[in-house]
Every structure is written in C-alpha cells, then in structure tokens.
Design a protein around this ligand. Structure first.
Ligand SMILES: [Fe+2]
Length: 338
C-alpha cells in the first residue's frame, strides 16, 4: 500500500469517527445539556426595581423526557416575576398533563403565551435538507382549512388555568406591583395565522420611553394572577408600564408590526437557535426570514430589544442539537443608567 493511500484511508476513517462522535454527542448528550441563558436590559425608568422575565419556548415535550421535565421544574427556582411562553410546547396530546404538572409553579406566576405549529399538529419526519430551501414549509402547511390534529383547546386550558394570558391574535395586560404590563401577541406566523390585533386606545407612557411617573416597581412581589389590571399597588401616581410583543416565529413582518405598535420588548422562539450550529459560523438556518445572526439570544429589531429563545428541545424526529444547548432565558430588566 502506498503512503498516499494509507493517508487517504486514515483521513476517511477519521472523518467517519468524527461524524459518529458528533452524532452521539448531538443526539444523546447535548440534547439534554439544559442551560439558562441570562441577559440584562436597562429599559425601566430610573428608580425601578429589577424585573425578572423567564422566557421558555420550543420544549416539543415527549412525556418520558425526564431530564427536560426536571429542568422545567427547576425553572421555578429562578423566581421570575413574569413568564413568557412562545409555543411549540408539546409533541403529543399525552404531553399536556405532564407539561402542566412540571410547570405548575410557573403557571401560578404572572405569565402569557402564544402557540406554535407544533402545539396544533403532531410532528412528522422531515427531510432536514428542506430547511435550506427559501421556504422550507411543505405544500399545504399553511392551508386555512387544515384542522389541528392535537387538542389545542386542552393545551390552551392547561396554560391559562391559573391566569396566564392567551395572546393569540389579541392583546392583554397584567399587573406586577407597580408595573403595568401591556401585551400584544399573534398566532403562529409560520402557519400564516398571524392577524395583528387593532391598537388599543391608550395614553399611558411607556417605561422605556422615559415617560412613566413615579410608581415604584416592587418586583419582589408579584400578583398571583396574570389577568387583572387593577392590582397596581401605587398610590397617588400612575404606575410604570412596559409594552411587550409576543410571537412564536419571528418573521420580519411581525417584528415590524410590533415595532410600529410601539412595544418596548419582543419575545419569539421557533428558530431552535439554528438547531445545528457551526462553531465560528453560527446558525445555518432560522426556518423563517429572520437573519441567521439573530437565531438566538438578545438582539434588536429596528432599535427594539428582541429576545429569540434557542428553545428547550427539538422535534422527536430530529431530536439533536449541536453547538447549541437547549435553553431557557432569564431576562432581567433594570432601570436605565442616569
Ligand atoms: Fe419548535
């Protein structure tokens, strides 16, 4: 055997071993390396106390995923003042009661949610190369007559059982002590179900715009329910307010609509952080028209902070992640620097 041929065989063998190792790592190790991504944003009015927002997304839960369930239970220890869930919670109908049990303490905190396509339709095997198409959605994916085959109503009931606000093409509000939170959300843009709700008549000035009055944000106490708007414990002064936009898939048209609506902060999921990332290059795809560099984490869209969750999981038919551990986000809002 020539020296060149020996070298070629060694390189080929090394490549096969590396591919096998990457598969084992992404399928059996990294997929369970749950982490909390933490960011700070200084957008509250001066003097406001910090507000912790937990952002969860894309769990794609299968009932026997014990490590994922343990992590979901662990998130309560972060003691968030507000929880935002941007959808794709489940992979089957049987996941709903299991999910509700795991996040029960979080459901009892103020929160809001939208749903993703995987909350409505059971997953199917997909050719991963489709993600590299300009539109990876199969024919009929967004059809108006496509009936959900998962029990969306049961999931909606479970998520809203203790007061989380359902933001499906609607607005809502909730009150932390001293902080009015105005929310606007849309149904899944990936399914083209987004219908941006009409703007509510409001004259309240936002925290981020610097117009809030002197009500103090008592973020150490939160209201037990996320629906009431009259629980602001501030006498003699208007409370601060915060406007939040929430969507599952961060399509540009929706992000633009949030910006034009005047939100202070946007939350989305769907991208799975690219799911497979190349070290030094980042996400390969976002599965929507969001630029790859914004596939996960905190960035801005037309000057407005945008947090895209890298997600807690993946479809059971492509249950692997590489250079991209599953995550929840803890976003701490603080007062602006003087
Ligand atoms: Fe997802």
């Amino acid at each position: 055997m020539t020296r060149a041929r020996t070298a070629a065989i060694a390189v080929a063998g090394g490549g096969v071993l590396a591919a096998a190792a990457a598969h084992v790592w992404s399928r059996h190790i990294e997929i369970d390396r749950f982490t909390v991504r933490e960011h700070e944003l200084r957008i509250l009015r001066p003097g406001a106390r910090p507000v912790r927002i937990l952002h969860i997304s894309d769990a794609h839960l299968v009932p026997d995923q014990q490590r994922k369930l343990s992590f979901l239970r662990h998130l309560e220890t972060l003691k968030p003042h507000l929880v935002i869930d941007t959808g794709d919670n489940i992979a089957s109908a049987a996941s709903i009661p299991v999910l509700a049990d795991a996040i029960d303490p979080l459901l009892r905190r103020p929160g809001a949610f939208v749903m993703g396509s995987n909350d409505m339709y059971a997953p199917h095997p997909k050719n991963p190369l489709r993600y590299f198409l300009s539109d990876p959605r199969p024919q009929g994916f967004t059809g108006p007559d496509r009936e959900p085959d998962l029990p969306v109503g049961a999931l909606r009931s479970a998520l809203s059982a203790h007061g989380w606000v359902d933001l499906t093409n609607t607005r809502g509000s909730l009150a932390l002590t001293g902080l009015q939170v105005d929310l606007v959300g849309v149904d899944d843009p990936h399914l083209e179900r987004d219908e941006f709700p009409a703007r509510a008549a409001s004259t309240r000035e936002g925290v981020a715009s610097g117009g809030a009055a002197s009500g103090e944000v008592a973020a150490d106490e939160v209201s037990p329910s996320g629906t009431a708007t009259d629980e602001v414990a501030t006498e003699g002064a208007a409370p601060g307010s915060l406007r939040i936009g929430v969507a599952h898939a961060p399509y540009q048209r929706v992000l633009d609509a949030f910006v034009e609506d005047g939100v202070d902060l946007i939350f989305a999921g769907h991208t799975h952080g690219g799911q497979l990332r190349v070290p030094g290059f980042g996400a390969l795809v976002t599965n929507c028209d969001l630029p790859r560099r914004q596939a996960r984490g905190l960035s801005t869209w037309r000057g407005v902070p945008l947090n895209v969750s890298g997600g807690l999981g993946a479809s059971p038919y492509s249950n692997f992640r590489f250079a991209n551990p599953p995550e929840a986000t803890l976003l701490t809002l603080r007062s602006r620097l003087p």
